[in-house]
Design a protein around this ligand. Structure first.
Ligand code: UDP
Length: 251
């Protein structure tokens, strides 16, 4: 059995973040593809998660479904929004199972808990049980977002991080932090090292939706935005190394 499942946090007193929620967008699982899941990319991300677990960090994960289906796109094509969002949440479950499979292949104990019950496939979301899993060193993957339409998986991430008393929301994106503008479109865009939650709202920075930011702010959970595309980066940013933007209440 891998040592990953039994490292008590008390044996890692120097950890800056003891319990972390990793938010991965669906697109991050797509790798070089234009749709769906890229097995090599998912395996690489699983390995990144393992590095953090090996450090003694309790990790839970919220994944999105932009690589499969987004409710807003369905609605703009004329679908009923609620139905489209249900499809989006089912897409999240597909991604969660894929990630679970990749993590278990490298001997990380995991549980998928879904906000929408599907007992034959995974556990339902039960907060206390999720806490217990994490205390035992299992990685809990929260699937199906908040379970409600009209929300995003980022809001699901802030919600679960709040419920699980996480010390940090680590949002893995395509870029290494939050920029003044989209760095893929604007070569003049500058990266912020630090931001206040309110800056995201007032500057209308497209990093997380307002509900997700407000929930993180209310519960004083810092949000770290970093690139999930670089191998080993998750563990690195948790040690305070490498490039990222940290969002807190401090100016
Ligand atoms: N979704 C939802 N409620 C939630 C979370 C997600 O209805 O609480 C649906 C919504 O349709 C969304 C899709 O699931 O578009 C995928 O989530 P998201 O767009 O946030 O994924 P990401 O951008 O992180 O890949």
């Amino acid at each position: 059995m891998s040592a990953v499942c039994s490292i008590p946090t008390s044996s890692s007193p120097n950890l800056k973040y003891r319990r972390v929620l990793l938010k991965i967008s669906g697109e991050a699982l797509m790798g070089p593809r234009e749709f769906g899941l890229d097995p090599d990319t998912v395996a690489r991300i699983a390995d990144d998660v393992k590095q953090a677990v090996d450090m003694g960090v309790q990790v839970c994960i919220v994944v999105g479904a932009g690589n499969i289906f987004r409710g807003v796109s369905g609605a703009s094509d004329g679908m009923d929004r609620t139905t489209a969002d249900h499809m989006g949440m089912l897409g999240i479950v597909i991604n969660a199972l894929c990630l679970q499979n990749a993590l278990e292949k490298i001997n990380i104990k995991t549980r998928v808990q879904s906000a929408i019950s599907m007992d034959q496939i995974c556990e339902p979301y039960i907060r206390r049980r999720a806490m217990r899993h994490m205390e035992k060193g299992r990685v809990v993957i929260f699937a199906a977002g908040t379970g409600n339409p009209y929300f995003t998986s980022d809001t699901g991430a802030s919600l679960r991080a709040s419920e699980m008393n996480c010390d940090l929301i680590a949002k893995g994106t395509k870029v290494n932090g939050i920029y003044t503008a989209d760095p893929f479109k604007d070569p003049e865009a500058k990266k912020y090292d630090k931001l206040a939650y309110m800056d995201i709202l007032t500057k209308d920075l497209k990093v997380m939706d307002a509900t997700a930011v407000s929930l993180a702010r209310e519960n004083k959970i810092p949000v770290m935005v970093f690139s999930i595309r670089e191998q080993g980066n998750f563990a690195k940013v948790l040690r305070g190394e490498g490039e990222f933007t940290i969002v807190t209440d401090e100016k």
